[in-house]
Design a binder for this molecule. Structure first.
Ligand code: C5P
Length: 260
C-alpha cells in the first residue's frame, strides 16, 4: 500500500490530500540567507507544498522565516533535531508548533522519556505537528558508534531506536532509502518514513553516499522524500521539482497497481 505524510487518517484512501505527490516531496531550503529562501519559495510556490528549514537557515532567519513560509501556504518541516531533557524538548515542540511548523525532528537517542514528552507536547497543540525521529545519523558507521560506546551494528541500532521511537508515540522516522524495506516490515504501514539522499538519474551526487532515485524510494515504501540540491541548485528549480513530482506520481501509480 502506498503511504503518505499527509495521512493523519489511518486510511489514506479516505484522505484526498494523501494522494497528492505534493505531499511526498519536501524541498530542503539549505541556504544561508532569508533572501535566498524567499526566492526559492517564490519559484516553488504553487508547485511544491512542503519545505524544510534546517539549522543553516534557521540560525540566520529564525522563527520569522518559518512563520513567513507557513503564512504563504507551505507546510514547514522544521529540522532542528531536538535532543535535550524531556522538559526542554517538550517546550521546544510547543514553540515550534506556535511558529506554524507541521513536522519536527527529534533524536531517538534522547531516550523513551524524552520522546514521550515530545509526543505528548505535540498532541496537546491545536495544530499538532508530526514528529519524526532521527535514529543513527547517516554519517555514523560502526567505528563511530563504537567510539560512543555502542557495540551494535548501525543497522541493529537503527532498528532498536526505531522500535523505541514507535513505542514512545513518535509518528515517523528519517532514514536512508536502504533501510526502508526492513523498517516497513518491522514497523508496519502506519510509520511515516521520510527519506533524504534522493538523487534523480543524472543529477550530481555531491556528499551523499547512500542515495536513491525518487522512484526507487517510493517503490520501496517511502512516505515522503527530502530533496535539496537537485532542486535548489538546478538552473530552473521549478522545472526540477516538477520532474521529481512526476516521477513520484508514476511510482505511486505503479505501486498501487502492483498491490491492487
Ligand atoms: O541537498 P540534499 O538533497 O543532499 O539535501 C538533503 C537534506 O536532507 C539536507 O537538508 C540534509 O541535512 C538532510 N538529511 C540528510 N541525511 C540525513 C538526514 C537529513 O541528508 N540522514
Amino acid at each position: 500500500m502506498p503511504h503518505s505524510l499527509a495521512s493523519q487518517n489511518s486510511d489514506p484512501s479516505r484522505n484526498p490530500a494523501a494522494r497528492s505527490p505534493k505531499d511526498r516531496l519536501i524541498v530542503a531550503l539549505d541556504v544561508p540567507t532569508a533572501a535566498q529562501a524567499r526566492e526559492l519559495a517564490r519559484q516553488l510556490g504553487g508547485i511544491c507544498r512542503w519545505v524544510k528549514v534546517g539549522l543553516e537557515l534557521y540560525l540566520v532567519a529564525g522563527a520569522a522565516i518559518v512563520e513567513e513560509l507557513a503564512s504563504q501556504g507551505f507546510s514547514v518541516f522544521l529540522d532542528l533535531k531536538f535532543h535535550d531533557i524531556p522538559n526542554t524538548v517538550a517546550g521546544a515542540v510547543r514553540s515550534a508548533s506556535s511558529m506554524g511548523a507541521s513536522l519536527l525532528t527529534v533524536h531517538a537517542a534522547g531516550g523513551p522519556a524524552m520522546l514521550a514528552a515530545a509526543a505528548e507536547a505535540a498532541a496537546a497543540q491545536a495544530n499538532s505537528p508530526r514528529l519524526l525521529a532521527v535514529t543513527v545519523l547517516t554519517s555514523m558507521d560502526a567505528a563511530q558508534l563504537a567510539a560512543i560506546g555502542v557495540d551494535a551494528s548501525p543497522a541493529d541500532q537503527v532498528l532498536r531506536l526505531a522500535r523505541m521511537a514507535r513505542n514512545s508515540g513518535i509518528d515517523g522516522l528519517v532514514c536512508s532509502a536502504e533501510e526502508i524495506r526492513v523498517l516497513r516490515q518491522e514497523l508496519g504501514p502506519a510509520m511515516q518514513l521520510v527519506i533524504p539522499g534522493i538523487r534523480p538519474v543524472g543529477s550530481e551526487v555531491g556528499d551523499q553516499k547512500r542515495i536513491s532515485t525518487p522512484a526507487d524510494a517510493i517503490r520501496a515504501g517511502a512516505n515522503a522524500l527530502v530533496v535539496g540540491r537537485p532542486i535548489t541548485k538546478a538552473s530552473n528549480p521549478a522545472q526540477a521539482a516538477e520532474a521529481i513530482l512526476k516521477e513520484i506520481a508514476s511510482a505511486v501509480d505503479e505501486t498501487r497497481r502492483s498491490v491492487g
